[in-house]
Design a protein around this ligand. Structure first.
Ligand SMILES: *Cc1c(COP(=O)(O)O)cnc(C)c1O
Length: 453
């Protein structure tokens, strides 16, 4: 039998939690495998830290969301929000499931085309689309979601010169009872600005107004806000039918559903408090079905759900670099993964679990990353068993936004792997090397040499 690990005795205040007949729940049971793939073996092969994505979980989340909407509404279409996670393999899982692409920049647009998405299945959002971006989108017959009047005028001009009728929607912002209001994108509903844009498009008769779009916020904890948004978009669509005798083909309710993460300062874990896909679907579909559309002019419902479809499918495996005792007596842990690759640790309390079997004695610890920066705090306080240098820790629910907002500040971006549905591991993006950074730089002639005394 292996000799038991020595554990330094500690005196800690009781962390009561909510007791039940089994006593207090240990939330930190070790997790050694993801869909049958050993986390330890993944780190041995691809290094530490490493992002691990579960293909099975992505598909499961997508199917749950799709079922919630398609059982309540006859015409539902999801469009994958590229900026949430635009690793091509991740996008293609969504495309295989039937998702269109939703992009907010030309490089995302080009990624979607290169992944094989046809232009007419790409929704082009965002406040900045250059003339050449718009030309490309028009040539590929994509759905251009107009953000402001300057873009509208530019499209009117381009439709003349290109002799084409671009297919467009307008983005509408509105008061849904959630503050601060996201009114910097699109045309405002309450002020009549949205109507102004609609009338300009329809009466100039150079663009095809096929849709209405909104994206009311992100990590929305209120399903009711979507009912308000759906009612306002439906009101515009019905008004267009009434005044211009024209059908709106789709209403796009955007993204913003919360993932099962825990926001900082929340009392209960996110998984216990956030609305379910069924709650959001009921709010949106119920409102649209009761808005007054006939069967013939019922618009398609588009959803651009991002974080809620991928966050839970992402994990970050990291290794312990050091254990410390802070001057106030608190225990601290230094990991090899920091906030440069885990942006979401600024607003989430990510769940963390040991990878190898560990003691049931736990202690609240501060978890730091490896950066030489005071802000590099992965968790302010998390209950963990004693861990030693090189032990692995798994950080949960990191699949959304981290692999697009990461940066090579002090430490470079690590490898990303995907575990497929058979438990096989695939490399999606290799770890960066110093050469990758230097490849983009050039050295002026006069700075090429120096001599130090
Ligand atoms: C970011 C974004 C989304 C996805 O938002 P989530 O909160 O991740 O669901 C959808 N639509 C637009 C226009 C976006 O900018």
């Amino acid at each position: 039998m292996e000799k038991k690990r020595y554990e330094r005795p500690v005196i800690a205040s009781l962390n009561a939690g909510i007791t039940n007949k089994f006593g207090t729940r240990n939330l930190n049971e070790p997790i050694s495998h993801i869909d049958g793939a050993s986390i330890k073996e993944i780190t041995e092969q691809y290094g530490s830290p490493v992002f691990i994505l579960s293909e099975r979980k992505i598909r499961q989340l997508y199917r749950d969301a799709h079922r919630a909407f398609s059982t309540r509404y006859p015409k539902v279409q999801f469009a994958w929000s590229y900026k949430t996670n635009y690793l091509n393999a991740v996008c293609n899982v969504f495309h295989q499931e039937g998702s269109w692409a939703e992009v907010v920049s030309i490089f995302e647009y080009e990624k979607a085309l290169a992944n094989g998405v046809e232009g007419r299945h790409i929704l082009f959002n965002g406040p900045e689309k250059t003339e050449s971006d718009l030309r490309k989108a028009i040539e590929h017959d994509s759905l251009i979601h107009i953000d402001h009047f300057d873009e509208l005028y530019q499209l009117l001009e381009m439709s003349e010169s290109l002799k084409k009728r671009p297919r467009v929607a307008i983005r509408v912002n509105m008061d849904t009872g959630i503050y601060p209001m996201w009114d910097r994108f699109g045309f405002n509903y309450e002020s009549g600005q949205a109507w102004d844009a609609i009338n300009k498009i329809i009466l100039t008769n150079k663009l095809d107004l096929v849709g209405l779009h909104c994206h009311i916020g992100t990590f929305m904890l209120s399903a009711n806000a979507y009912a308000v948004a759906a009612a306002k978009l439906a009101d515009l669509a019905l008004g267009i039918k009434l005044h211009h005798k024209q059908n709106i083909e789709y209403l796009d309710l955007g993204g913003g559903f919360a993932s099962k993460n825990t926001l900082k300062g929340s009392f209960l874990p996110g998984a216990d408090t956030i609305p379910s896909f069924d709650d959001y679907a009921e709010a949106i579909c119920g409102t649209l079905l009761n808005a007054g559309f006939t069967r013939e002019n019922l618009p398609m419902l588009i959803l651009e759900t991002g974080r809620a479809l991928v966050d839970e499918a992402g994990f970050l495996a990291a290794s312990v670099v050091a254990n410390k005792r802070l001057s106030d007596g608190r225990k601290a842990l230094v990991l090899d993964a920091g906030v440069n690759i885990l942006f979401t640790s600024f607003w989430y309390e990510h769940k963390m679990t040991p990878v190898e079997p560990a003691s049931h004695h736990t202690e609240a610890s501060v978890v730091y990353g490896p950066l030489c920066m005071n802000i590099d705090v992965v968790r302010e306080s998390v209950t963990l068993p004693p861990l030693r240098k090189n032990d692995l820790v798994l950080i949960h629910t990191v699949g959304a936004y981290n692999m697009t907002q990461w940066m090579q500040f002090i430490a470079m971006r690590p490898a990303v792997v995907m575990v497929d549905q058979e438990g096989k591991t695939h490399l999606l993006r290799r770890a960066e090397k110093t050469d990758d950074l230097n490849a983009m730089e050039s050295m002026p002639e006069h700075l090429q040499s120096f001599s130090l005394a």
